[in-house]
Ligand binder design. Sequence first.
Ligand code: MLT
Ligand code: MN
Ligand code: ZN
Length: 302
Amino acid sequence: MSTLQVRILGSAAGGGSPQWNCNCTVCTAVRRGDAGTQSRMQSSLAIRSGDGPWLLVNASPDVHRQVELMPAEHRTTGGRSSPFAGVLLTDAEIDHASGLLLLRESTEPLQVFATAQAYGALTSDWPLVTMLSDWCGVDWRELTAGTSTRLDGFDLTADCFTTGEDAPRYQRAAGGPGTSIGITFRSAGGQTVTYCPTIETWSDELRTRLAASDLVLVDGTFWGATELADEGLGSRSARDMGHVPLGGADGTAAQLAALGTRAVVVHINNTNRILLETSAERAALEALDITVAHDGLLLEIT
Ligand code: MLT
Ligand code: MN
Ligand code: ZN
């Protein structure tokens, strides 16, 4: 039987939860181990079609611990092996790409699927890929926003589309189409999962795409439009940071509820109160049948 499986390896946004230097309400509760809280690693997942190989989607700074969330049966015996046959990057942000350096011991060149924009950033402003040439090297497979690519060896097709044009802070050149992408993964059996850890804006095209998917994994970075400022943690708004907040009349939660598709929120910032199981924000999502991802969550479409 053909299935599409997704394992959430990190459900938090950059910094993880708790974030090392953060004393916000949620980080404090998680650090204390309050009931209804759990820690979360940084944004990453693994996907596979049927019993094919796993593809790592985003390489976070927590990748070593995330590898250990993969069941032992996916590790071959003898010598060295990886439970992942390749890595796909949705952007070149620090939380999504720095794990590449931590995979440098690979015995084969890392197969990396990324747009020319993300790959360009990782060979210029932040030359991780260039550095890796002195270890395992990188075998780059280009993804292009607006096109569909067969992921060789994975029995998966990736339809790529731009979800954000906001360049990483370290990047000198301006961003543009392809800077942050979402992917609709399609299995050999026709099952579809759409993953977009960044949603800068909702469009009819995005709504149509998500409504046509069997499962969607979407940007749950912030609940409130001014969440960081409200916690006294800086002045940048959710939209300044390239993320539509979950809450509010035109927020992502309302958008997802209108679609009626099975939805899971991922890339959750440590300040977001949906991380507290007893919060009003968490209850609001649950009332809309929207799932809050946790690390290790296995999602299966049959
Ligand atoms: C984002 O998701 O907006 C970025 O990862 C933020 C950052 O780490 O600078
Ligand atoms: Mn991020
Ligand atoms: Zn925090």
